[in-house]
Design a binder for this molecule. Structure first.
Ligand code: 13P
Ligand code: SF4
Length: 308
């Protein structure tokens, strides 16, 4: 059995040999974040995938839709995901045929899709958004009414700030949706001086009790900037690894101890190594779908992150 340092050394060797770069989402386990060339939120990772020139291979440590987005934006590179079963249950809550039918029921409305969707769904929407630019994207589309899929919680959050009427799809992230008000109240009781930061995939009542609502990327930035010494974080707990590592003088507490995304946690160092050794699992998106989806993603990237 190889030791952790040996695995890391072997990953580094293979990275050079394959001209590979490793991207990791903020929810990945610590050892995977540590071996990555870049760690970020969904928007930052898709921007990075679009910008990378020097690599021929991207090992994407995240969930399937993120690797697919990288494949769409970097069609000349080989995109690998270390575990093919690392999907996002929320992304599977709407199919492309359901989106097409939904759009027919609301003619003339633009459809904004969260990046947490399959490439087929992206191909049928007008523009994508992430948690860090959803309001800006919604405000940028034509019309007073907008279809928003699949996350009803993110939709409800954006609806607080836009003048447009948002028609939400009934999807949600099970990890964030299961962070309940009682979990947060209990943590506030334990840490009365702490500020509360929530991800916009959280339920409205959790958002109401939060001081700041931030994407994972913006949480990382805010963790460096804040003068606060204690923060309760209402999101997947994997992010706390990086927050603590970068800010050892501050304390970060999860709003719910077991807020874990089982799919994000499927990837580990051994799987990253195997991925580079065997060049698995390749993510490929059919050309026609990729072209259509790319339009919706690039429109979003041009809009850039907003305040919320
Ligand atoms: P961020 O875009 O804030 O990283 O959140 C995405 C998410 O929930 C990934 O599953
Ligand atoms: Fe999907 Fe939620 Fe996991 Fe993110 S945390 S990958 S939205 S299930």
């Amino acid at each position: 059995m190889m030791k952790e340092e040996e695995i890391v050394d072997r990953i580094r060797e293979l990275k050079e040999k394959r001209k590979a770069i490793i991207l990791a989402h903020n929810y990945q386990i610590g050892e995977v974040q540590d071996v990555a060339d870049f760690v970020g939120d969904s928007l930052q990772l898709s921007q990075k995938a679009a910008q990378i020139r020097e690599a021929e291979v991207i090992v994407f440590c995240g969930v399937h839709f993120m690797a697919e987005t990288a494949a769409i934006l970097s069609p000349n590179k080989t995109i690998l995901i270390p575990d093919i079963k690392a999907g996002c249950p929320m992304a599977d809550m709407i199919t492309s045929s359901e989106l097409i039918e939904w759009k027919k029921r609301y003619p003339g409305r633009r459809a904004v899709c969260y990046v947490n969707t399959t490439a087929e769904v992206k191909a049928e929407c007008d523009v994508c958004c992430t948690s860090s630019n959803a309001l800006k994207v919604v405000d940028s589309v034509d019309g007073d009414e907008v279809l928003f899929a699949p996350d009803k919680n993110l939709a409800a959050y954006v609806a607080r700030f836009t003048e447009k009427k948002i028609i939400p799809w009934d999807g949600y992230c099970y990890v964030h949706h299961r962070i309940l008000l009682r979990h947060l109240k209990e943590k506030k009781r334990l840490y009365p001086k702490a500020e509360v930061w929530a991800h916009p995939e959280c339920r409205p009542e959790v958002i109401d009790l939060s001081d700041k609502v931030l994407s994972t990327g913006k949480m990382i930035i805010e963790a460096r900037k804040t003068e606060k010494k204690e923060i309760i974080v209402a999101t997947e707990t994997g992010i706390i690894y990086r927050m603590k590592k970068e800010n050892p003088d501050k304390s970060f507490y999860p709003a719910k101890d077991m807020a874990l995304c089982a799919n994000m946690k499927k990837i580990n160092l051994r799987k990253v190594l195997r991925s580079l050794e065997e060049m698995i699992y390749k993510i490929e998106v059919p050309y026609e779908i990729s072209q259509k989806a790319r339009g919706a993603i690039e429109k979003m990237i041009k809009i850039k992150g907003g305040k919320r």
